[in-house]
Design a protein around this ligand. Structure first.
Ligand SMILES: Cc1cc2nc3c(=O)[nH]c(=O)nc-3n(C[C@H](O)[C@H](O)[C@H](O)COP(=O)(O)OP(=O)(O)OC[C@H]3O[C@@H](n4cnc5c(N)ncnc54)[C@H](O)[C@@H]3O)c2cc1C
Length: 387
């Protein structure tokens, strides 16, 4: 594995960074304060190919790699973690399963508008009583004439208030557990599709999150995604890719917090010297810089393994776990380095601190990532123990 980026990737990073400096960073604090969905900037990102980064050009995407996607997601999230997750859900949780499990007609119908930013997607898996244990779904479907009839409630759905298309999971019979799940492509315009009010969140306040209640939702038969009973596999394999996106989002937040702390430590004078000259702070900054780089490298590694076409469940969990914990630690240290000013909303580190928290919760909590990592290392280890 190479540890540096190719020339095209450096150019991609520079062009997105410039866009973020001018179009996102000056406004991100205000979007957060007003809980305002940044529709204009999402549209501009889509024009740059960021709504469908890994979608082939024939289907209206940018035709780039997972590594390009994580570079883009880090840069966008460095400016605004909400914009980062809005795009990440569209890319990883909606377009990716459509590309991998959609039939030709479904791809032609749904991918181009989602990849161009004309439409926005969401992913409906979590329910009030099915979070980490995603297989215990209570949303149920049954066949009726020419459609599937679906009933149930989905919780905490990113892009829920805005989405045009939802990849929705439902069970034929909850007693079947994971095996009963099927995925469906639903549209917000279908009769029976109801959005709840937007949640009032701690962080990523410019992104919309809501419940989606489906009440005798009629989904045409041709909108089943993949085979019947394949829903759990679709959901879990989709989340593997999503976790790489969230790792990149966490690296972006951590990088922003590190830069803010570096700059403040150089300017703030106490005891007649910039606080950056005190060893206690220098060590703090050094640890922050090292862990941000380590998180970035783990995220790139997961992306490269995916781009090679190999299994990447372990690498994705490892990257998400480390990057999200790094984002939380680095944002916490950045607030500390700002002293009292770090606690005041005028300084962006307060937003980074709140935004970092979610990266260890959604798309599988840190505890769930540890289960995935442990399962892999112990399976390998048990071969030795059993011998
Ligand atoms: C802002 C936001 C956006 C979201 N976006 C989406 C979305 O777009 N689509 C979607 O489907 N979902 C989404 N979610 C849901 C998110 O993925 C879940 O909240 C998450 O998976 C945890 O589920 P839960 O909240 O039910 O917590 P629970 O599963 O109830 O977990 C509670 C605690 O128990 C721990 N725990 C649970 N099981 C175990 C175990 N076996 N071992 C050790 N510890 C365990 C957890 O780690 C956690 O600490 C979002 C959530 C939020 C807050």
């Amino acid at each position: 594995m190479k540890y540096d980026l190719a020339e095209e990737q450096r150019l991609l990073r520079e062009s997105i960074r410039e866009f973020v400096e001018h179009e996102i960073i000056p406004h991100a604090g205000e979007w957060d304060k007003q809980h305002r969905f940044p529709s204009e900037v999402i549209q501009k990102c889509a024009e740059m190919g960021l709504a469908g980064v890994m979608v082939p050009k024939e289907l209206g995407g940018a035709g780039l790699t997972t590594l390009d996607y994580v570079i883009a997601t880090e840069e966008i999230s460095r400016g605004c973690a909400s914009t980062g997750v809005i795009l990440s859900v569209n890319n990883s949780l909606v377009l990716d399963p459509l590309m991998r499990f959609g039939n030709e007609a479904q791809k032609q119908k749904y991918i181009p508008p989602l990849a161009s930013g004309e439409q926005l997607g969401c992913f409906g898996l979590t329910e009030p009583a099915a979070g980490s244990d995603a297989g215990s779904q209570k949303t149920v479907y049954r066949e009726e004439d020419d459609c599937f009839l679906i009933n149930g409630t989905k919780n905490f759905i990113t892009n829920g208030p805005q989405a045009d298309v939802c990849i929705l999971f439902a069970s034929k019979d909850p007693s079947l557990g994971n095996k009963g799940l099927t995925a469906f492509i639903t549209e917000s315009g279908f009769a029976g599709f109801n959005r709840g009010k937007a949640e009032n969140k701690m962080g990523i306040c410019a992104s919309g999150t809501s419940t989606i209640t489906v009440d005798n939702l009629r989904v045409p038969k041709e909108n089943r995604l993949g085979a019947e009973g394949e829903g759990f596999k679709i959901a879990m394999s989709t989340l593997d890719g999503g976790r790489i996106g969230i790792a990149a989002q966490a690296v972006g937040i951590a990088q922003a917090a590190l830069e803010a702390a570096q700059s403040y430590a150089g300017e703030r004078v106490q005891f007649g010297r910039p606080i950056a000259s005190f060893q206690g702070l220098r060590w703090m900054l050094a640890d922050m810089a090292v862990t941000v780089d380590a998180a970035r490298l783990l995220t790139w590694k997961a992306a490269v393994v995916r781009d090679r076409g190999e299994r990447y469940t372990f690498e994705a969990s490892q990257a998400k776990l480390f990057a999200s914990e790094t984002a939380n630690r680095v944002a916490d240290r950045a607030v500390q380095i700002h002293g009292g000013y770090g606690y005041i909303k005028e300084y962006p580190v307060e937003r980074f601190f709140r935004d970092a928290k979610i990266t260890g919760i959604y798309e599988g909590t840190s505890e769930i990532q540890r289960l995935v990592v442990a399962q892999k290392i112990l399976k390998d280890h048990s071969l030795v123990c059993n011998a």
